[in-house]
Design a protein around this ligand. Structure first.
Ligand SMILES: Cc1cc2nc3c(=O)[nH]c(=O)nc-3n(C[C@H](O)[C@H](O)[C@H](O)COP(=O)(O)OP(=O)(O)OC[C@H]3O[C@@H](n4cnc5c(N)ncnc54)[C@H](O)[C@@H]3O)c2cc1C
Length: 276
């Protein structure tokens, strides 16, 4: 069972950050859905409730994206699934990515902040956000691309306050394989075709943290040889085996799902035509 030594409801995100810096084992609380599976004692548990981090804000003048949606760390996965502005900005991608995570009651508890700060290799949330080119805002390191945050080694000792998602337009497809419908994904892939036909393709649950597929440019309507090259690049990522699937199986499935994700996103892009 998990015990908490001292519970602190932080008065500001700066106060939360200082508490984390003072005590190496202090923990910021998200929804607690993952933390509660642990055992031992968290000496200081820091609650960010009441700091206005449960909102999705429309930003018209984001310095990087222009138009963006800024998600507070305490936005729940259920809110991500049902918010119409997020659906419009991401071609329904985030809703599709989270809908198989356990069940509605669970998604009403688990947060965006906990999902991103946790940097779980299996994270459907991180895989989709990575392909969307999202940024994270941290008290400590400041704002950085999710890609850079996922690549950082060691434990997160900053306080994640927001995730910034570019507000489209995009055409996107999320493809994942699970042994059972609400289990962790065995492999996840995501393809996003953005403005001017710029593609971002991510592979998650390798089972390491999600990674972008790099190398080999894709046209807005990719030729078969371009899709083959993207699949080969995805299969060249590092994979390993665990109790859910073997390394060989994951590598094979990555090629199949990346192809499917690109083809479906390309069809969606064609249907959107000029509006993309
Ligand atoms: C049984 C089970 C099945 C799951 N299946 C899936 C799945 O199939 N796909 C998937 O994508 N995810 C899955 N998850 C993960 C889930 O979606 C959440 O990502 C996870 O529960 C963490 O979110 P939380 O809000 O509960 O965070 P918590 O459990 O509260 O925290 C998780 C970690 O993040 C840290 N943290 C939380 N918020 C912040 C913050 N603002 N700043 C800094 N650090 C912070 C905490 O200190 C802790 O280390 C599963 C989780 C469980 C328990």
């Amino acid at each position: 069972m998990l015990s908490i030594g001292r519970y602190v409801r932080a008065g500001s995100v700066r106060e939360a950050y200082e508490l984390v810096q003072k005590n190496r084992r202090a923990c910021v609380l998200g929804g607690g859905a993952w933390l509660r599976l642990g055992s031992g004692t968290i000496p200081v548990a820091i609650d960010l409730a009441g700091l206005g981090l449960d909102a999705i804000e429309e930003v018209a003048d984001d310095p990087v994206f222009g138009r963006a949606l800024r998600l507070g760390a305490y936005v729940t996965l259920r809110r991500v699934e049902t918010d119409q502005r997020l659906a419009a900005a991401t071609d329904g991608l985030l809703a599709r990515a989270v809908r198989d995570i356990v069940g509605v009651q669970f998604r009403n508890v688990a947060t965006v902040g906990g999902s991103v700060a946790g940097r779980f290799g299996f994270s459907d949330v991180c895989c989709a956000l990575l392909a969307l080119g999202a940024h994270v805002e941290l008290v400590g390191a400041g704002r950085l691309p999710l890609e850079a945050f996922l690549a950082q080694p060691g434990r997160v000792r900053d306080v994640l306050t927001h995730v910034v998602v570019p507000a489209g337009p995009v055409a996107a497809s999320y493809q994942a394989v699970r042994n059972q419908s609400t289990d962790f994904p065995v492999l996840s892939t995501c393809a996003v075709c953005g403005e001017a036909g710029a593609w971002r393709v991510a592979v998650g649950a390798r089972p390491g943290r999600p990674r972008l597929v790099t190398g080999g440019a894709l046209s807005p309507q990719p030729a078969p040889a371009e899709v083959d090259a993207a699949c080969a690049a995805a299969q060249a990522l590092p994979f390993s085996g665990n109790m859910w699937a073997s390394e060989r199986y994951r590598r094979h499935v990555a090629g199949v799902l990346v192809r499917r994700a690109i083809e479906k996103a390309a069809s969606a892009a064609a249907a959107k035509g000029e509006s993309l």
